[in-house]
Write a protein that binds this ligand. Sequence first.
Ligand code: SDX
Length: 438
Amino acid sequence: MSGTSYSGSGSVTVTLDGSNRTATLPLLQGTIGPSVADMRKLYAELGIFTFDPGYGGTAACDSKITYIDGDAGVLLYRGYPIEQLAEHSSFLEVAYLLMYGELPTPAQKAEFDRGVLHHTMLHEQLRSFFNGFRRDAHPMAVLCGVVGAMSAFYHDSLDINDPEHRRISAFRLIAKVPTIAAWAYKYSIGQPFVYPRNSLGYAENMLYMMHAVPAEEYTVNPVLARALDLILVLHADHEQNASTSTVRLAGSTGANPFACIAAGIASLWGPAHGGANEAVLKMLADIGHVAHIPDFLEKVKDKNSAVRLMGFGHRVYKNYDPRAKIMQQTCHAVLAELGIKDDPLLDLAVELERVALHDEYFVSRKLYPNVDFYSGIILKAMGFPTSMFTVLFAVARTVGWVSQWMEMIEDPAQRIGRPRQIYTGAPQRDYLPMSRRT
Ligand code: SDX
């Protein structure tokens, strides 16, 4: 499945001004999307690096997993449009698709589900790690810590060069992250941990572990389970975003998969990335009322305010994030199912979106709602505390991280990631003894 499958499509010639030195760089073309100039010989031929802070114009790898057309607002998982997967698929089927590249047959799906559901429990000693945290610890801190600790428990699956070790580690991570996430929530509210029930679906099991208590029977609302499963599908993978690139860079050193996914969790936590869903709810609370929207947007446009319209803008999408559209539709369905006639937060968000999309500042910068703009409203309506929003994003993205990590490890061309720099610090100089420093 892995290995290069791009084709040559011409070349790019780079000429250094003031000299007759040139380098001819091959142009490579993938299945769809922009060609890439192969820069690997540039330094050897011209003694120069490329400069691309934030990697906005740099293809860091050859991948077959996810494709985004930011201008057209297209998102494909292994070639399938996110809209079709959202309507017809499920999270575990999408997990299989992302990991193995094709939709599963009924037998393959049944075996995959068994493989995941067989690993939902945690080693009993992992419970002790929760007790080391304060009760008010952010659940992302707990998730990051406990996932990282898994590398101390599964010594039988740390050899990244062994395909069976990679497979079992992938299943353990996909299966156990919901349990860790649910237990982080239970720990924060002082309730006992609830063990997974493998007779339940993936999203259903997570809701069960979060909301059931030992003292009574608990049945998960199937509409909420379906809504959560859809939210997990929408968040499963997204090309080489910051947290996925973190996982790939950590994995390129040969670090074990649990450490790599813990690094991805840490990266996702940032408010510019996966932490934005939590930040959107705080932003809406700060705005408070539709009458305050104009003043808030003036603050956003004031460069000195450092205030951003959270849930808007994207490094790649310069059009509507297709996930945001699906999320908005799901929002209305979930609120209707919960009998919530009008949710002031949703009303405020819809009006904020309407005003922003008619404001030249946002239109001229092609700033549209992204996946995080509506997700928090749904999750809050479903009873998730704000602090759990990014945790749910991490539960979903674990599938993408694992799939991208496996693809990288199996790529014969992969090497340790080691970017260079442009150095603007002090030129070489001699040590100055203390006696001569003034
Ligand atoms: C995710 O990469 C992925 O795929 C991520 C993700 C995934 O699935 O993995 O899609 C998930 O992280 C979604 C993004 C969630 N983050 C937010 O909603 C936080 C708010 N958005 C931003 O901070 C910002 O838009 C980023 C971080 C998402 C993108 O940053 P860029 O590409 O570096 O954009 P930029 O800073 O270059 O912005 C260009 C201009 C700037 O103005 P000028 O300097 O040209 O005057 O747009 C402005 C920015 O100031 N701008 C915003 C803005 N986002 C960009 N202004 C106000 N509010 C915003 N949200």
